[in-house]
Design a protein around this ligand. Sequence first.
Ligand code: PLP
Length: 382
Amino acid sequence: MKKLAHPVYVTQPALPPLKEFNLYLKEIWRSKIITNNGPYHQKFEQALADYLGVNHISVFSNGTLALMTAIQALRVTGEVITTPFSFVATTHSLWWNNIKPVFSDIEQEFFTLDPLKLEAAITPKTTAIMPVHVYGNPCQIEKLQTIADTYGLKIIYDAAHAFAVKREGKSVLNYGDLSILSFHATKVFNSIEGGAIISPDEKTKKRIDYLKNFGFANEVTVIEPGINAKMNELQAAYGLLQLKYVDEYIYRRKLLSHRYRDNLRNIEGISMLNDLPEVEHNYAYFPILVDVNHYGVSRDQLYDILKGYNIYARRYFYPLISHFPTYRGLESANPDNLPVAERISAQVICLPVYPDLPLNIVDLICEIIIKKGGPDASGRNK
Ligand SMILES: Cc1ncc(COP(=O)(O)O)c(C=O)c1O
């Protein structure tokens, strides 16, 4: 097997059928309602609430603005404890709100915030925790909630990866004070760009809806400096259509993930996350850990080997957020404070997974990994 003729990226968005989308577009062109809580926006919010099994959801133009607004809505200030093992938007949302992020380490099994280490990060200035259901893996929700309740802290879950994830039959989005989703093109469910906040009650949703619309409570009342984070009608219609297909997308992802697992089982130095029996996973990512001491090839070498075959895996999440210039001066960013996150970040690589990815490409990727890119993996070196 030679280098692939066409590149395979870590992900590729699934798009709804153009024919169906055209019908929605016609309707938008007819009504001339293109934004500001129009009919598709309202239908999309209702359909999402039904699909996800949540009571109150506000859609946003993207997940980052949803995070920033969630912080505003709860009037979080001072310091917030969060994970360095995430996409930068998690911590940026704090920074944009003038809040000091305090990094705490992750646990090694599922890479989410380690509740056992978290208490040590609490100071008199701590007002909230921002855990991430990273890769869609549910955090240790009860343990985090106990700490939050004991110290009087809010919890805002960055659930950007956790669309449709359930635990014991219940959506993970129903925990904490607020949860946010991202509907970015790279996610399991996309509305091109987009995001959402899940609120526990109608009152909170209302306040969030004001905040995403400049703070307008009515035509003449602005309650506080809100932002413009509204989703337009074209994206809401597109999102509404996507919902019809998302179960199929997740099913395909599951097949591919299981194929990876079957193929990569028992390779010395390669480890993978397992499904949890009580969790309905969404298979958003397929991370593997590469232990150079046992596999013989480093994570970065494997990344380059795959690239040589036109396969673009991604080292999510490397570097850690705590390594970026904005954050690395923080005391909590010291690598000695984050040993597990440092190790996982140095070993992790996410393999391609998306609904249209053919199974034979998964097999090929696995063959390259098994053979460590050597001459037997392909005809490349022959
Ligand atoms: C964990 C996490 N949080 C926040 C975001 C930000 O979402 P968005 O790209 O929709 O602004 C993303 C992804 O992009 C993410 O992966």
